[in-house]
Design a protein. Structure first.
Ligand SMILES: [Zn+2]
Length: 221
């Protein structure tokens, strides 16, 4: 299968992809060891991300790709006007601690495009008090409409994607620069996606990447 593409990143001439089951790891990919935190690793020499604990990665090297892996969490790919690119991995823990905002800020200057990849949908993502507490602490009254649908016994169904969109807005990225790849829930589509919720700890991981262009951005000086 070919990775899913985001139209706005494609329009900018940025090589990228949201990986599906069985997709190979792209060439010259740098990715950190993910720990559900908020650290951003900046790649300044080849191979320097190996073993580094971080959940976002930004690339200073032309022609080099940065990426994250997921199984239900939200992958986010970012492109800055400077040509800098970044990838972030956002589950509820990292998201509520600020990893998306941290990734956006690691792009120096304006972010031209932010793409939110396939992730577990609210249909399959029932959460309990520790998650709801973290969401309330991070968003309070600014919780996006529809992000939470009440469930039973103090549980709720959570739409992580809308929280990521709210985090991008918090980082100063306007809605026009944000897109959500149209894809069903990762847990609902076993043909295309790995899912931790569905398959448990033995689940595989999807690989997502964005490559910093060799020259400038398409159509820009
Ligand atoms: Zn689902």
């Amino acid at each position: 299968m070919s990775p899913l593409l985001d139209p706005s990143l494609s329009e900018l001439g940025i090589e990228h992809g949201f990986g599906l089951r069985g997709d190979p790891e792209p060439a010259r990919l740098e990715r950190p060891r993910q720990v559900h935190g908020i650290a951003v690793h900046r790649v300044v020499s080849r191979g320097d991300a190996a073993g580094v604990e971080a959940d976002a990665i930004v690339c200073d090297l032309a022609g080099v790709a940065v990426g994250v892996v997921t199984a239900d969490c939200v992958p986010v790919l970012l492109v800055g006007e400077s040509g800098l690119v970044a990838a972030a991995h956002a589950g509820w823990r990292g998201l509520c601690a600020g990893v998306v905002e941290a990734a956006a800020k690691a792009i120096r200057g304006p972010v031209l495009a932010a793409a939110i990849g396939p992730h577990v949908g609210a249909c399959c993502y029932e959460v309990d008090a520790p998650v709801l507490d973290a969401v309330a602490a991070r968003f309070g009254r600014e919780l996006p409409a529809g992000a939470l649908r009440p469930g039973q016994d103090g549980h709720a169904w959570l739409d992580l994607g809308s929280l990521v969109a709210a985090e991008l807005e918090r980082a100063g990225i306007g809605p026009a620069a944000v897109s959500r790849v149209v894809a069903p829930c990762t847990a609902c589509d076993p043909e295309r996606f790995h899912s931790y919720r569905r398959d448990g700890p033995r689940s595989g991981r999807l690989i997502h990447f964005v490559r910093r262009p060799e020259g400038g951005l398409a159509g820009r000086a």
